[in-house]
Design a protein around this ligand. Structure first.
Ligand SMILES: *Cc1c(COP(=O)(O)O)cnc(C)c1O
Length: 372
C-alpha cells in the first residue's frame, strides 16, 4: 500500500534542534530569553506592541476575555461554524457564548447575523479567521464601535493572513494565535495574545502566571490567575518557525492552487473561494465541500479516503451539533453552519506534499465520487 498522507505534518529542520539545545544548556527552562524574543517577534508581525505567550490558543482566548474583565452573564458572540476551542474559552472565562451564522462563501462570521444577536448583555465579538481566511473585520469593527463592544480575534488558524493590508490578530482589542502541530507555526502546544494596551498586557501576563508578573513584580488584586505559561522550549521552536513562516505560507498557497487546478472542473465538489483582492489567505488545510445532493455520502467518503491512507477530517461539526454544547446557547438561525457542516471535508495541506501526493489525493477523491 502507498505510504500514509497525513492531514497535517509539522516541519522541522536542524535549526529547531539547535534552538532546543540552546535552551537545554541555558538551564533557564521557563520565562526566559526565548519567550521574550518570540513574544516581541510575533507582536511585530501583528503590528502590535505586546505579545504574551501562553500554553494554548484556547488559554489565550480565555485570558483575553478575563483581561477585558468579562463577567459571568456577559455574552460573547462567535460563529457556530468553528473549531470548538473559542466556545470552550468563553465558558472557561465564565461568560456566555452566543452563536451566529456564517457567510456561505467565506465561512466566517456574517456581520448581519452578528448585529441581529446583539443584546443588553453582549460585551465581546469573537470573530474566528477560519481556515486562514480573514473575517469581515471592517464591518465587524464598525458594529463593535457602534455598540461599544470589545473584539477578541481568534487568529489561531490564520497567523500571517492579512486583510486591507492589516495582519489578522492585529485589528481587534486583542488577537490570539495557536501553535498546535497542525498550525503553520507548530511548536507542540502553545498560544499567544498580541495587543497594544500596556495595562491590558500586564493583566494578561499576570493572568497567565498565578496572578503575578515577575517582570514588574505586580500582583493582581481583583482575581486569581492561572498557570498557563509558554515554556522556553516551545518559544524557542516558535521563533525558528516564525522566521520560516513566509516560505511556509507561499508553499501552502501553491498547494492550494494545485488542488484548485486538479478539482475545479468536477461539478460534485465546491472549492474554497479565492482570496479577494484586498486579502491574503494563510491556507490551513484545504477545505472542500460536496454539493448538497451528495452530503449523505460525506462520511462514507471520509472513511474510504482514510482507508486509502489519505488523512482528512470533517472540519467542522458546528458547535451547536456537538454533544455537550447542543441546545445550550442563544443563537440565530444557523442554516449556513448546518449546511456547510454536513458536507465539508478538509484535505491535507503541508510542506511534505508534492505534485505526486496531490495527484494521488485528487484521483482517490474523484475515483470514489465516480463509484459512489
Ligand atoms: C487551533 C485552534 C484554537 C486553539 O487550539 P489549542 O489547541 O487550544 O491551541 C482555537 N481556535 C481555532 C479556530 C483553532 O483552530
Amino acid at each position: 500500500m502507498d505510504p500514509e498522507i497525513p492531514l497535517a505534518w509539522p516541519q522541522f529542520e536542524e535549526a529547531e534542534a539547535e534552538a532546543l539545545s540552546r535552551v537545554l544548556h541555558s538551564h533557564r527552562w521557563s520565562v526566559g530569553g526565548a519567550l521574550l524574543a518570540f513574544e516581541s517577534e510575533l507582536a511585530a508581525l501583528a503590528g502590535r506592541q505586546h505579545g504574551v505567550g501562553v500554553n494554548s490558543g484556547t488559554s489565550a482566548l480565555q485570558i483575553a476575555l478575563q483581561a477585558l474583565d468579562v463577567q459571568p452573564g456577559d455574552e460573547v458572540i462567535l460563529p457556530a461554524y468553528t473549531f470548538v476551542g473559542p466556545v470552550n474559552a468563553v465558558l472557561a472565562a465564565g461568560a456566555t457564548p452566543v452563536l451566529a451564522d456564517v457567510d456561505p462563501l467565506t465561512l466566517n462570521l456574517d456581520p448581519a447575523a452578528v448585529e441581529a444577536l446583539i443584546g443588553p448583555r453582549t460585551r465581546v465579538l469573537m470573530p474566528v479567521h477560519l481556515f486562514g481566511r480573514p473575517a469581515a473585520m471592517s464591518e465587524l469593527m464598525a458594529i463593535a464601535n457602534q455598540h461599544s463592544l470589545r473584539v477578541v480575534e481568534d487568529a489561531c488558524e490564520s497567523v500571517g493572513a492579512t486583510t486591507q493590508g492589516q495582519p489578522v490578530g492585529g485589528i481587534g482589542d486583542i488577537g490570539c494565535y495557536a501553535f498546535y502541530p497542525n498550525k503553520p507555526i507548530a511548536v507542540g502546544e502553545g498560544g499567544m495574545l498580541v495587543l497594544n494596551d500596556e495595562a491590558l498586557a500586564l493583566r494578561c501576563r499576570q493572568l497567565r502566571n498565578q496572578g503575578f508578573d515577575p517582570q514588574s513584580g505586580a500582583y493582581l488584586e481583583d482575581r486569581h490567575g492561572h498557570s498557563a505559561r509558554l515554556s522556553e522550549w516551545h518559544a524557542a521552536i516558535g521563533s525558528v518557525q516564525l522566521a520560516r513562516l513566509p516560505t511556509v505560507l507561499r508553499q501552502r498557497a501553491d498547494l492550494a492552487e494545485g488542488y484548485r487546478q486538479r478539482l475545479q472542473r468536477d461539478r460534485r465538489i465546491e472549492l474554497p473561494a479565492p482570496a479577494s483582492d484586498d486579502q491574503q489567505i494563510a491556507w490551513f488545510t484545504y477545505p472542500i465541500r460536496l454539493v448538497a445532493s451528495l452530503a449523505s455520502r460525506r462520511d462514507w467518503l471520509l472513511t474510504e479516503l482514510r482507508a486509502a491512507g489519505i488523512g482528512c477530517n470533517t472540519y467542522f461539526t458546528p458547535v451547536h451539533r456537538l454533544p455537550y454544547h447542543r441546545g445550550r446557547y442563544r443563537c440565530g438561525r444557523l442554516t449556513v453552519s448546518d449546511d456547510i457542516g454536513s458536507r465539508c471535508l478538509a484535505l491535507p495541506l503541508h510542506h511534505a506534499l508534492d505534485d505526486a501526493a496531490l495527484d494521488r489525493i485528487c484521483e482517490a477523491l474523484i475515483g470514489l465520487l465516480d463509484r459512489g
